[in-house]
Ligand binder design. Structure first.
Ligand code: ZN
Length: 519
């Protein structure tokens, strides 16, 4: 049986339109699913929407509508956005899906029966944005650090999950599996949260009284309460692959890779492993944590409302270019900056001048000097051998970088091959060699080498820039889509057959002029 790969995005909360943060996480998950599928693995990608909680009820009241209507409107917006942008998810889950409710209730009952949930009075400062009671550390000048609004004073009886009972097990597990949370800095952050000094507390409130909030999944052991959102939301990762008894669950759960932003490290790094331990389910394979996109030095957060819409980026620059920027620019785990001048600079340098230029020069000259078909190469000289070796090295590097979650390094490596091939073409100067009787015989070898390097580049790019990859392959006369289980074979040098008809085509990525106002 082939290896399995299960990748998840967080389920996005339905109170904001898709922005650059959602898009980055989703693009990383999509890239990983495509890459692992091409390695011949059995893949499943899950994304979706988180739909319960106070905030949705608030929005519904403001608009004079129902929380169902608000949730459905935003869920459709997310799903349509990913469809329009070509994200290949296998399931779009909504926390209002009937199978999810069944799974959440069965898990609640299981944890309750095990004596891990207790009922008690609690009083504290509650942030509606965070949907939880805040500690001193969550506040700056009396306001919620994340939401910049004053918390409310609340006291109520609620159900609490005694997650603290699992802290020492969790700390030990993380110490023994040093790459469970990656990159490393986030592992250290979670370990710090688990230490007594962190003030995190060992009790997680998991309920809301219905008299105040009836928009949620009812507790199976007390119908006066609904489930608090994190406990409900995190379980989507299990529902998505058929917990507890469908065969997909056995196949995919042990191979689970969560992709999250650092703002939700605590629920994923602490609450979730404790919940899984309480029900006797294994941990996911990795928790992969990325940083924030900064716009004008403020983090792009759904609550602050400074958004970059992926649909707007698609209309202005093409989604492949935006996708390239996101994957190339951010060092996974660290914060990055976004601005349109930065995006344009990347498009022009990497996609127009480097990749686009190699495609157009190679195919124009194949048209002029080889009757528009892939030529038959002669004997390789040192210069060609260097390109072949570079292609093999880059294919190995890309594999290593993708598996270690360094998309930016993988793309840097692929662009290195393109760069090297451009320099080779300049040194061989077929446009001059073709007119020189001593060197004309070299031209078919030169053009073949460039075509073959481009073919391998396109194969390696396919998970990152699926449309561009397909376009390059089809211009090289290779129309059928890449087959699964073929990444390793497809990057072998010399597979490109001579005689295939090539197509010049328009520029792949036209240069973008920098808008006047940002010069
Ligand atoms: Zn808050």
């Amino acid at each position: 049986m082939s290896e399995a790969f299960y990748v998840t995005t967080p389920i996005y909360y339905v109170n904001a339109e898709p922005h650059i943060g959602h898009t980055y996480t989703t693009v990383v998950a999509d890239m990983l699913a495509r890459y692992h599928r091409l390695r011949g693995e059995q893949c499943f990608m899950l994304t979706g929407t988180d739909e319960h909680g106070d905030k949705i009820l608030e929005v519904a009241r403001e608009r004079g509508t129902t929380p169902e209507a608000v949730a459905t409107e935003y869920a459709q917006l997310f799903q349509q956005t990913w469809d329009q942008l070509g994200i290949q998810y296998d399931r779009f889950i909504r926390t209002t899906d009937p199978d999810h409710r069944v799974v959440v209730q069965s898990i609640l009952q299981k944890v309750y029966d095990a004596g891990e949930i207790e009922f008690k009075e609690y009083e504290g400062l509650y942030c509606v944005g965070c949907e939880r009671f805040l500690t001193d550390r969550d506040m700056v000048d009396g306001l919620c650090r994340d939401h910049e609004r004053a918390p409310e004073n609340r006291s109520e009886s609620n159900y609490f999950f005694k997650m603290g009972d699992h802290f020492s097990w969790l700390a030990e597990t993380i110490e023994n599996n040093p790459d469970f949370i990656r990159p490393e800095r986030y592992r250290n952050e979670v370990l710090a949260m688990l230490s007594e000094e962190s003030g995190l507390g060992g009790e997680l409130c998991i309920s809301r009284p219905k008299e105040r909030l009836d928009w949620g999944i009812e507790l199976p052991f007390d119908d006066r309460y609904v489930c608090y959102v994190w406990f409900d939301a995190l379980i989507n990762y299990l529902t998505g692959v058929g917990y507890p008894d469908q065969s997909e669950f056995e196949t995919f759960w042990p191979a689970a890779e969560h992709i999250i932003g650092k703002d939700i490290l605590k629920p994923h790094g602490v609450f979730w492993p404790c919940m899984l331990h309480a029900i006797g389910a294994p941990l996911p394979r990795h928790l992969n944590v990325h940083g924030f996109w900064n716009l004008d030095n403020r983090k792009v957060s759904k609550s602050l409302g400074n958004l970059i819409s992926p649909i707007a980026m698609d209309e202005r620059y093409g989604f492949e270019a935006f996708r390239y920027f996101l994957l190339r620019e951010m060092v996974f785990g660290q914060d990055s900056s976004f601005s349109e001048p930065l995006l344009i600079a990347r498009i022009n340098a990497d996609l127009a001048n480097n990749l686009g230029n190699l495609v157009s020069r190679t195919l124009n000259m194949t048209n002029r000097f080889a009757d528009g078909v892939v030529p038959t190469p002669g004997a390789q000289e040192e210069a060609e051998a260097v390109i072949e070796k570079t292609a093999a090295r880059v294919a190995a590097e890309v594999d290593e970088h993708v598996l270690s979650l360094r998309p930016q390094r993988a793309l840097e490596s692929i662009m290195g091959l393109v760069d090297e091939t451009n320099r080779y073409l300049e040194r061989r100067e077929p446009w001059k060699a073709a007119k020189d009787p001593d060197r004309a015989g070299q031209v078919p070898t030169t053009l073949y080498t460039c075509c073959e390097s481009l073919r391998i580049t396109a194969v390696l790019l396919s998970a990152f820039l699926p449309k561009t990859s397909q376009e390059i392959l089809s211009r090289l006369g290779l129309d059928s889509p890449l087959e699964e289980a073929s990444l390793h074979d497809l990057t072998r040098w010399g597979l490109l057959q001579s005689g295939l008809p090539t197509v010049k085509g328009p520029p792949l990525f036209p240069r973008v002029d920098v808008p006047e106002e940002s010069k």
